[in-house]
Design a protein around this ligand. Structure first.
Ligand SMILES: Nc1ncnc2c1ncn2[C@@H]1O[C@H](COP(=O)(O)OP(=O)(O)OP(=O)(O)O)[C@@H](O)[C@H]1O
Ligand SMILES: [Mg+2]
Length: 605
């Protein structure tokens, strides 16, 4: 099993990611503006609160001429305090409701963009990736965006503004000493938080990495449920999963301990500053230079400043985490597909369906060449068969024709147009493939067939079903076409799956057809029926048929015999038999087997 890869484990966080979020904010300018207005009003209300409190305390504390306290003024102030509080909270709620729409839209857009991009990336990227880890990365990235937008706009900037505001007010009303203590505390707090958070980032990343890789492993193991059972390997799987979970647990522990250090340090700074300010206020009160109300105000202000500041520590940490997650996800967006459309790619036009492979060489990895300078032609309307030992590169030919990969040398052209010069979309539109290993969507049979052409009418689907000899099977099903095929189509038999795949491709009606072992899972009776159906459908189309069982391709116009990535022979069945070479040998061997077992022609390879 491959380890889940992280692109940027030790890179610094790039704040530039933030810039990419601006367009999403601009999309809802009005909303963002109103949300900001709510924010400003709420902050004004909250800054007023300590003052109202101060006057309430002072008016309670000032006896009138009769020596008793007049209740009207403090009562009015208390009610004012309540109203301001409510105002403050309600404005916050309104702000969040207004802004929610903006973050959700941004998350939707980014989610879709990444999804589209993943489909643009080439096959080799997907073969190297682990779906479980990938989905976790996307999940963390999109929720990171939501978090970042909300807190950047409504937390960091406003809290900093509020601090400046309050420091100014304190200086204005009570002189330099209180303002200085507060300012020093804020600076110490921010410096400490930034440094400590930076130090902790490592542990956070380790934790995410452990999270993704344990998720990858769990998904991979569950996808291979049957294989696990075939080999009685539940305990082995569980042990391996637990190994990953143990790493995750350890990473969590380190993360928690470092968090403890961070929070502890922050608490020490806050407590010292608060004690200092309160002590100074108490001294002033004892000296008569401040009232009890001032003392209460000071308490309220320090609480009011340090609470959001404390929160800021959390937000800063989360934002760093979010930035790393977003970056990880945007890193996916930056990944360039190996196979791309040329800037001036044209639309493929298929007039006759002449396919030409010229000196095609190919390697999945540079150090292991698979195809060696192959040249052959598929004449318009011809049925061309490809035979050869397993691993000789037959399916690779199909992948190259479909442009899952680009050839290493040489070229492939259709009706004179190099397939690299046309758009992938137009190329793939013209080619229908029944792949060697058909995988179905976990949906109904009808939807799986309709996938060949989402606009197909029901009667066209019925027709495709008849052509693919699926009728008998579907009639037997209690739910008919609505039957669900299960995860990857495992609830239908291999032969049924192949016929569904054939029906799906027939529905697409492309001018060029490729069948890669399309009948390998069928018994010889069903096979003959399908082979003749395919022949009927393929009439007038250029088709390529890859087969192990030579009996299914004796009627081919041309047979290409491959061995070890080289084209060793070609010709019609009769010509090749007369040659007494590779093909003749293969034929002889299969004939021998079929005499021993006439019902079932077994496969070579
Ligand atoms: N994505 C890949 N990365 C690396 N090597 C690959 C990849 N896909 C296939 N190969 C290798 O390329 C060679 C040719 O594979 P290919 O699937 O074309 O064989 P084939 O002729 O279709 O065989 P079969 O008859 O068994 O289907 C094989 O040796 C295989 O291991
Ligand atoms: Mg193959």
């Amino acid at each position: 099993m491959r380890k889940h890869k992280f692109a940027d484990t030790d890179q610094p966080v790039h704040w530039g990611v933030l810039k990419q979020l601006v367009p999403y904010l601009m999309e809802f300018r009005g909303r963002v503006f109103f949300a900001l207005m709510c924010l400003v009003a709420a902050k004004a209300a909250s800054t007023g609160l300590p003052f109202v409190l101060k006057y309430a305390v002072d008016s309670l504390n000032t006896p009138n001429s009769q020596g008793s306290v007049l209740l009207a003024v403090p009562m009015a102030l208390v009610i004012g305090y309540g109203v301001l509080r409510l105002f403050n909270v309600m404005l916050g709620e309104i702000r969040d409701t207004l802004f929610g729409r903006v973050t959700e839209r941004a998350m939707r857009r980014v989610g879709r963009e990444v999804f589209d991009h993943l489909h643009k990336l080439d096959l080799s990227f997907h073969l190297d990736r682990q779906t479980g880890g990938l989905s976790r990365d996307i999940e963390r990235g999109t929720s990171g965006i939501g978090f970042l937008m909300r807190f950047m706009v409504f937390n960091i900037v406003p809290t900093l503004l509020e601090i400046v505001f309050v420091v100014g007010l304190l200086y204005w009303n009570y002189g330099i000493s209180f303002a200085l203590i507060l300012l020093a505390a804020v600076v110490a707090y921010v410096t400490f938080s930034v440094k400590a958070t930076h130090w902790r980032t490592r542990y956070v990343r380790e934790m995410n990495q452990a999270d993704s890789s344990s998720n990858s492993r769990a998904i991979d193991s569950l996808i291979n449920y049957e294989t696990v059972k075939y080999f009685n390997n539940e305990a082995y799987e569980s042990a391996r999963y637990d190994e990953d979970l143990a790493k995750w647990e350890l990473a969590r522990r380190k993360n928690r301990l470092s968090l403890f250090a961070l929070n502890g340090g922050q608490a020490v700074i806050i407590a010292s500053a608060m004690t200092g300010m309160m002590a100074l206020a108490a001294w002033h009160v004892s000296q008569g230079s401040m009232t009890i109300g001032d003392f209460v105000l000071m308490n309220a202000f320090t609480m009011q400043i340090f609470m959001p500041l404390n929160f800021l520590g959390f937000v800063y940490r989360e934002i760093r985490g979010s930035l790393a997650n977003i970056e990880n996800m945007l890193g996916l967006l930056k990944k360039q597909p190996a196979v791309t459309d040329e800037p001036n790619a044209t639309e493929l036009r298929v007039s006759q369906g002449l396919i030409r492979f010229e000196n095609v060489s190919f390697a999945y990895q540079p150090e292991r060449p698979i195809l060696h300078a192959l040249s052959f032609t598929l004449a318009p309307g011809q049925k061309v068969a490809v035979v050869g030992a397993s691993g000789s590169g037959k399916s690779t030919l199909v992948k190259l024709l479909f442009r899952f990969y680009d050839v290493t040398a040489g070229s492939i052209s259709i009706d004179g147009q190099d397939i690299r010069s046309v758009s992938q979309l137009s190329l793939r539109k013209h080619i229908g493939i029944v792949p060697q290993d058909t995988v179905l969507f976990n949906d109904s049979i009808r939807e799986n067939i309709r996938y060949g052409n989402p606009n197909a009418s029901d009667s066209e689907i019925e027709q495709a079903i008849d052509h693919a000899h699926l009728r008998g099977f579907i009639d037997k099903l209690p739910d008919g076409l609505a039957t669900l095929v299960g995860e990857r189509g495992l609830k239908v038999s291999g032969g049924e799956k192949q016929r569904i795949a054939i029906a799906r491709t027939l529905l697409k009606r492309p001018p060029i057809l490729v069948f890669d072992e399309a009948t390998s899972s069928l018994d010889s009776h069903a096979e003959q029926a399908i082979v003749s159906a395919i022949a009927q459908v393929a009439k007038g189309h250029t088709s390529m048929v890859i087969a192990h069982r030579l009996s299914t391709i004796v009627d081919a116009d041309n047979i290409l015999v491959m061995d070890n990535g080289k084209l060793v022979e070609q010709g019609s069945h009769q010509q090749l038999l007369a040659k007494q070479g590779h093909y003749a040998q293969l034929w002889q061997r299969q004939q021998g087997q079929s005499k021993q077992n006439p019902e079932e022609l077994s496969q070579v390879g």
